[in-house]
Design a protein around this ligand. Structure first.
Ligand code: SF4
Ligand code: SF4
Length: 409
């Protein structure tokens, strides 16, 4: 695809990067076939190829309309199209560039900006945990439909003390400590048995994905610099790397190097942090955990988050780890498709998100599993809001199959 960049973008790093990405697209449309929003809405502009044309127009003319933003907003950033594309088009990065330009060329209305600001502050801030605690208190009195929107109360159990020479950093994250406190605790226990201690920094917080999802790029970069400052002393003290227990955060941390490439003070550190980042499934897979007692009695359906299978291109590791541990996995159709959680998408695009959730749960529950497991807190909460069976992080199952309760809600 040929592109004539607008003058303001010529000779900029962003312009060059976008041109290079667009240059690989041959308009074949293979990506359209695996795009969840195109499948649902049937509009070319709600598929990757149509969105690529919209972004190309913005790059060339440096102008756009509300309609451009409307279609870009409806993209889940699931990156299923990247997995399908035979030409290696980095659609996710192109979308990031396109959304940023659109945000500047056609600013949102004030009300919309405020809503997006409130979501970022609320989910990434100190009010979230107390608010959730109130939700847990009033949940029994709420109508069933509303009660399902409040994530179940969970307890973490003990975390082992850091006693091994092998140490890895773990990110606690923003919403995960409140909604899923057992996830990092379970990861710490499983890795402790494998001779690896998990350590974390109290000064690290949201990975930046929350801001990136809502095109607050400057804000995301601030979060990234704060995390790098928090991690760097531990990094220099000999931790092996960073293990991510939420694939949505993992995909972002793996892109720190790219996101701070223009920052003379942080570019090098950001590259090193990204290179040292691993998904939990990669570490557990290498540690060869044995058979888990009681595993054979639990039928498991695995939902692979888009941020794991498309964003990080990690496939099959969770499944093989669970199978080696003795858990029978049921077949799940259309496993490449998004559940509709997609960061803050479920709040900003509830209709599309709800339809995708219904489709996904039908596939996941078709074989009557005892439990659905996934690898990202956002997917977990979203699936749980309508699932008939428990939904857990897969590491909780590896840690203790008893976490599964046969009756749910
Ligand atoms: S990221 Fe997902 S929703 Fe967006 S265009 Fe690609 S496949 Fe479609
Ligand atoms: S599959 Fe790749 S090359 Fe083909 S239209 Fe989609 S992005 Fe372009």
């Amino acid at each position: 695809m040929q592109i004539e960049l607008a003058e303001s973008l010529r000779d900029t790093r962003t312009g060059k990067e976008a041109s290079e990405i667009l240059g690989k697209c041959v308009h074949c449309g293979f990506c359209t076939a695996t795009c969840p929003t195109y499948q649902l809405l049937g509009d070319e502009l709600d598929g990757p190829r149509g969105r690529i044309y919209l972004i190309k127009w913005v790059l060339e003319k440096n102008e756009c309309s509300e309609r451009t933003r409307f279609h870009l907003d409806r993209c889940l950033t699931c990156r299923s199209c990247e997995s399908t594309c035979p030409s290696g088009v980095r659609y996710g990065r192109l979308l990031e560039i396109g959304r940023d330009l659109v945000e500047q060329a056609a600013p949102r209305k004030r009300g919309e900006k405020i809503i997006r600001w409130v979501i970022r502050r609320f989910l990434g801030g100190p009010l979230f945990a107390p608010f959730l605690a109130i939700g847990h208190l009033v949940r029994p009195a709420l109508p069933a439909r509303l009660a399902r929107q409040v994530p179940r109360r969970r307890s973490a159990g003990e975390r082992p003390v850091a006693r091994h020479a092998r140490r890895m950093l773990v990110l606690e994250g923003c919403v995960q400590p409140a909604i899923g406190p057992n996830i990092n605790a379970a990861a710490a226990r499983v890795l402790d048995r494998a001779g690896i201690s998990l350590v974390s920094s109290p000064n690290a917080a949201c990975c930046g994905a929350l801001s990136l999802h809502m095109t607050a790029v400057g804000e995301a970069r601030q979060s990234i610099r704060r995390n790098i400052d928090a991690w760097w002393p531990l990094f220099e003290s000999g931790v092996e790397g960073i293990v991510m227990t939420a694939s949505g955060c993992g995909v972002t941390v793996r892109e720190y190097g790219q996101l701070l490439a223009d920052d003379p003070e942080y570019a090098d550190k950001a590259q090193k942090i990204s290179a040292a980042t691993r998904d939990l499934s990669e570490i557990v897979d290498q540690s060869h955990p044995g058979v888990v007692e009681g595993a054979e009695a639990i039928q498991v359906a695995f939902h692979s988050p888009c941020t794991l299978q498309h964003g990080q291109q990690i496939r099959g590791k969770v499944e093989s780890t669970l199978e080696r541990a003795g858990f029978p996995l049921v077949e799940v159709a259309d496993s490449h498709l998004c559940c509709g959680a997609a960061g803050t998408y479920s709040m900003l695009q509830p209709d599309i998100s709800g339809k995708l959730l219904g489709n996904r749960l039908r596939s996941l529950q078709r074989a009557n599993p005892d439990v659905i497991v996934t690898a990202n807190i956002g997917c977990q909460v979203h699936l749980e809001s309508r699932s008939e069976v428990p939904v857990l992080h897969w590491i909780e199952l590896m840690d203790n199959p008893g976490t599964v309760r046969k009756t749910h809600r």
